[in-house]
Ligand binder design. Structure first.
Ligand SMILES: [Zn+2]
Length: 195
């Protein structure tokens, strides 16, 4: 997503400062966000970055803080607010946002690692309409499934075994939510994320 922008490369030697909480606050490690929402200069969401990367962008002047957690990061020479949402100071042209393909990882993330059939922890992906019977590998036909349900269902259709889905599988709305930094949405980002 940001690969087109050489301008975003930051000096890797700059170490991110260690979070330090106010005297009466809980330990910074417990409350500092590990991930930060990065917006373009136009305030469109671009991606989710690690706190470390967010701080590097801020310290190099490439991003500014829009929302902070209220905590402050201290280093030898600098103090910066712990960022929750940052925006680039210069607009980056993002040519095309490619849709995220349904892979084991992205499907499990979308379904929060819960089996679509029994709700147990899921490690596998099931094609609701089995591929062997013409089902396609697309977001609307894949769900997270536990090994047991996947095995029991095998190549049968749901109505053949009296199962049903509790939800309608869809493509995830947030392509940038599947970046390396993680997938869960922080409520503090809601003002900047399309509903
Ligand atoms: Zn299951």
């Amino acid at each position: 997503m940001l690969t087109k922008s050489a301008a975003l490369k930051v000096v890797p030697e700059v170490a991110a400062p260690v979070p330090r909480a106010p005297a009466n606050a809980p330990a910074a490690e417990a409350v500092a966000p590990a991930r930060t929402l990065l917006l373009n200069a136009s305030l469109e969401p671009l991606c989710v970055v690690t706190l470390h990367r967010a701080v590097l962008l801020m310290m190099s002047g490439k991003a500014r803080v829009l929302e902070s957690s209220g905590l402050t990061l201290h280093s030898e020479h600098d103090e910066v607010p712990v960022p929750v949402v940052i925006s680039l100071t210069r607009y980056v042209h993002v040519p095309v946002r490619r849709p995220v393909p349904p892979t084991r990882r992205t499907v499990l993330q979308r379904d929060q690692h819960r089996c679509a059939y029994c709700g147990a922890g899921a490690d596998t992906v099931d094609h609701v309409h089995p591929r062997s019977r013409g089902g396609r590998h697309e977001w609307t036909n894949v769900v997270a499934a536990c090994v047991r349900c996947n095995h029991r269902k095998a190549d049968r259709l749901l109505h053949e075994i009296g199962w049903e889905l509790g939800f309608t599988p869809r493509a995830p709305r947030w392509s940038f939510a599947f970046g390396p930094a993680g997938s869960r949405l922080d409520p503090a980002w809601s003002a900047y994320v399309p509903a």
